[in-house]
Design a protein. Structure first.
Length: 400
């Protein structure tokens, strides 16, 4: 660090020739010296290190005061001097004791290491910034030299804090704003440049009030426990991904915009409820004309006894089929004696992509029919799905 300078430190009350804690403004006249040590470009919330080396000071660090102050503004005066203003925190060593000053734009954590010779020191300051912009880290050392004289020295770094640009295309950055019940939802939000996997964590909240319902360690997020829970349908959720406890902000080339590791989505029920049967829906049956020809159904064939149901959605990457739960099922017929008496008149099971309700006819009903006789039968089927939807259907058929 360049030595032998005199500082003018500006306070609200005026000027001073001694260095006090965290000056709001610092001015260097043209004839005074302050050295630019480095210019850095850093990513928001990413750690960086400022290294300061100085020699020929007192062998006792307690005889030296060292200060680093973050400033937001630098003005080069008309006379060629430097003026730093808008102080944003920092630290100082006073008689060997470290004093940290709170900063709203990041953190600084120094460590003092001995140099090659007594009186040589290395101050390495690990820092990060959580605000975009250009900042000036001004370091000032004053105190007793190796020869016992008083001296002062100053230098600064220019740090440009920018949004990180991602170089990889990740599914995490394409989290949709809507997911269907039953749709898989898993992603990994780890990105290049943030390589310590132990520093990743996430939080899942419900609703605008962000009621936390789950938190995890790592960058892999699986939300199937939400999308597979019918009680969560209709609710909105927010997922926040963290690195070192902070939400990531970055330039997303997929959106050509600044993005962050915060995703909101709503869980919705499937789009379409489908019904499949060889029986005719009652409203279609009523539209038949006297000359229309309708095939009679053989009740001995399995598909003549089956009524199939499912939910269908055209999801983002593939079609999604969900089987409905069938609760509070009720099946009635006209004539009433078409269905079995004294026992359950239906059974429910899964077959392929369908939830099947199979009726159990009353065999006596058909035994009482004459040869080649065909009878018209109506069925009423009702049930409630896992989403609280009550489904009511009426079917008609000619049976033999």
């Amino acid at each position: 660090m360049f030595k032998s300078i005199i500082l003018q430190i500006v306070f609200i009350t005026g000027f001073a020739t001694v260095i006090l804690a965290q000056p709001r403004n610092i001015q260097f006249q043209k004839y005074q010296s302050i050295k630019l040590l480095d210019s850095l470009k850093v990513d928001e919330n990413a750690k960086f290190v400022l290294k300061d080396r100085f020699t020929n000071w007192s062998h006792k660090f307690d005889d030296i005061s060292y200060m680093m102050v973050i400033y937001e503004k630098l003005l080069i005066t008309a006379s060629g001097g430097y003026s730093f203003s808008n102080q944003l925190g920092g630290f100082e060593y006073d008689r060997g004791q470290l004093i940290n000053y709170t900063s709203s734009v990041g953190t600084v954590q120094p460590v003092v290491l001995p140099g090659v010779n007594p009186g040589d020191y290395n101050v390495e300051t690990t820092a990060n910034l959580n605000k975009l912009g250009k900042f000036y880290f001004v370091a000032i050392i004053k105190g007793r030299t190796e020869k016992g004289n008083y001296d002062e020295s100053a230098a600064y770094w220019v740090v440009n804090c920018t949004i990180k640009t991602l170089t990889t295309s990740l599914d995490a950055f394409n989290v949709l704003d809507k997911y269907y019940y039953g749709q898989p939802l898993c992603f990994n939000f780890a990105v290049q440049g943030y390589d310590n996997l132990k520093e990743y964590s996430y939080r899942v909240s419900e609703g605008d009030k962000k009621k936390e319902i789950f938190a995890g360690i790592g960058s892999y997020v699986s939300l199937n426990f939400l999308t597979e829970n019918p009680e969560m349908v209709g609710k909105t959720f927010v997922v926040e991904g963290y690195y070192t406890g902070k939400v990531l902000r970055f330039f997303n080339p997929q959106k050509s915009a600044i993005d962050s590791s915060v995703w909101a989505f709503k869980l919705v029920k499937p789009d379409k409820f489908q019904v499949k049967s060889t029986w005719m829906a009652d409203d279609e049956f009523k539209k038949l004309e006297i000359d229309d020809v309708v095939d009679a159904l053989d009740i001995n064939e399995e598909n003549s006894r089956q009524f199939k149901f499912n939910y269908y959605s055209a999801a983002d990457k593939t079609d999604l089929v969900v089987m409905p739960e069938m609760n509070n099922v009720k099946v009635t017929s006209d004539p009433p004696n078409f269905l079995a008496f004294g026992t359950r008149d239906y059974k429910i099971y899964k077959e392929g992509l369908w939830q099947v309700l199979e009726i159990i006819p009353n065999q006596q009903f058909f035994e009482n029919m004459k040869d080649n006789e065909v009878k018209k039968v109506s069925l009423n089927i009702s049930f409630t799905t896992q989403f609280g939807e009550k489904k009511i259907y009426k079917f008609d058929a000619y049976l033999f």
